[in-house]
Design a protein around this ligand. Structure first.
Ligand code: NAD
Length: 460
């Protein structure tokens, strides 16, 4: 293992200064990849590097007639990063910042996520550059139908399977299914897309799956590693940023598991209550008022203050890049659980790891969503509907197994590090930040893809 090799230019660029970081999504994904593969030995020259580039990138421009009679051109993407484990799987997002680089980075993450959970899918992602807040339902339906038509046979139940992502939902998935079904009549097309409504082949448990997966990964981590002497959620003080699908579900489930939720937030700000927030009341209040801010008997705080609260577990469940080199030193949590995608930047990851604050990484923590999407796909192929308990039991088993794999790999890496420290002091510069759970998770996932690539044999 040569961890003393000079860092590639894009990695050096990540540390621009003490309070500045390169947060380009492609650079971040590449940085994390390079760091993990430094731990992988014994593969053919060039094999691991061949996993960087996406297998296929589709870029389409298409016109849509708007409700005011004008015609607008939209720019859409679908990236299939890797398919050695199975068909592509990944969300479709509608957002004004969608571009090829971001979609490619997200497709790459999906490859590692599916591999880590041992789900027979490759990584994919798609999106249309648009501002859904300014579009009517009719316009969104036309955009979806036209986009899916443009993708043609590049999506399919055994090819590449879309799912919801930012600003797309079960309704969007219904339109995707319907469009594909009209173009491919006479066969079972339900597995072409997941995240569908229940009465159109959706799975029980899918809406809560990401928050529930976050609960299971945290429970398993605590059981194995603990926080201090505590091995369960009972009595732990938890802070959650974001009160949407993932954050609200996690808040409810963590509370049911015995945790005290001392603060939650949304885009308007946060609320704090040292004795614990009544999460059901907060959910009702948000439904009525549009925000948790103002819930009676709570203190209003900012999102910045919320992240820096003294607590046992901090769960960023809103946006990326929330914990960065500017605030990582002030984080007082004893464990950070990444429910959002990329909420901790690489510089912050190093600071937290160095301070002895473990970060349970996103590719593990939020993989519950794609796992139950996989269950939906399996149910659709067999024309079955599994009971909710069945879905949740299977999800727990997948999350526990993946968490165990990450922890086992992490301990092995830490042992290796300690030996290297003892053997060679010159290695100090390279080993100055202890190996993170994220690097361990990525190493498991990348090694699995590399092994399967070799088992299949590189064509021809
Ligand atoms: P959501 O839109 O339902 O909720 C997002 C929440 O974050 C909302 O409460 C919103 O008010 C809040 N928020 C927005 N800006 C904020 C800010 N600046 N500070 C604090 N809070 C802010 O989204 P979601 O589905 O819950 O997804 C949350 C995160 O989890 C995203 O990073 C997403 O990519 C990731 N994720 C979601 C799923 C899933 O199945 N929903 C799966 C994997 C990953």
């Amino acid at each position: 293992m040569d961890k003393s090799a000079p860092k590639p230019e894009h990695i050096q660029q990540l540390s621009i200064g003490d309070n500045e970081e390169d947060l380009d999504p492609a650079h971040l994904a590449r940085f994390q990849f390079e760091r993990a593969i430094a731990w992988l030995e014994g593969f053919k020259d060039g094999l691991i590097q061949s996993l960087v580039a996406p297998k296929r990138t589709i870029e389409v421009y298409f016109p849509v007639e708007m409700e005011d009679g004008s015609v607008q051109t939209f720019h859409g993407f679908r990236v299939l990063h890797n398919r050695v484990m199975g068909p592509g799987k990944g969300g479709v997002r509608y957002h004004p910042e969608v571009d090829k680089e971001e979609i490619t980075a997200l497709a790459t993450l999906m490859t590692w996520k599916c591999a880590l959970l041992d789900i027979p899918f490759g990584g994919a992602k798609g999106g249309v550059n648009c501002d859904p807040k300014k579009l009517t339902q009719t316009e969104l339906r036309r955009i979806t139908r036209r986009f899916i038509t443009e993708l043609g046979d590049n999506i399919g139940p055994n090819t590449d399977i879309p799912a919801p992502d930012m600003y797309t939902d079960a309704q969007t998935m219904s339109w995707i299914f319907d469009t594909y079904d009209i173009l491919h009549p006479g066969r079972n097309n339900l597995p072409v897309v997941t995240g569908k409504p229940l009465d159109l082949g959706g799975s029980l448990g899918r809406p809560e799956a990401t928050g529930r997966g976050c609960l299971y990964a945290t429970m398993r981590y605590l059981e194995k590693e603990g926080i201090g002497s505590s091995r369960t959620l009972e009595g732990s003080r938890v802070v959650i940023q974001g009160f949407g699908n993932v954050g609200m579900t996690a808040a409810k489930l963590f509370q049911q598991a015995g945790a005290t939720i001392i603060a939650v937030s949304d885009s308007r700000g946060g609320i704090q209550q040292a004795d614990g927030i009544d999460i059901e009341a907060a959910a009702r209040f948000k439904e009525q008022e549009g925000s948790v801010v103002g819930l009676p008997d709570t203190l209003t705080i900012t999102n910045t203050e919320l992240l820096e609260l003294d607590c046992d577990i901090l769960i960023p469940a809103a946006l990326g890049k929330q914990i960065h080199c500017g605030n990582a030193q002030r984080i007082k949590a004893r464990l950070v659980v990444e429910a959002a995608n990329g909420p901790v930047t690489p510089a912050a990851d190093d600071i937290l790891t160095d301070r002895g604050i473990p970060v349970l990484p996103d590719i593990l923590v939020n993989a519950g969503g794609v796992t139950v999407s996989y269950f939906e796909w399996v149910q659709n192929f067999s024309n079955e509907r599994w009971a909710l308990d069945d879905v949740n039991t299977r999800l727990r088993s997948k999350m526990f197994d993946a968490t165990d794999l990450v922890l086992t790999r992490w301990h092995a890496m830490r042992d290796e590090e300690e030996k290297a420290f003892a053997a060679e002091t010159s290695a100090g510069e390279i080993y100055n930040v202890p190996v993170s759970l994220r690097t361990a998770a990525l190493a498991v996932a990348i090694a699995r893809i590399a092994n399967v690539t070799l088992e299949r044999g590189i064509w021809p």
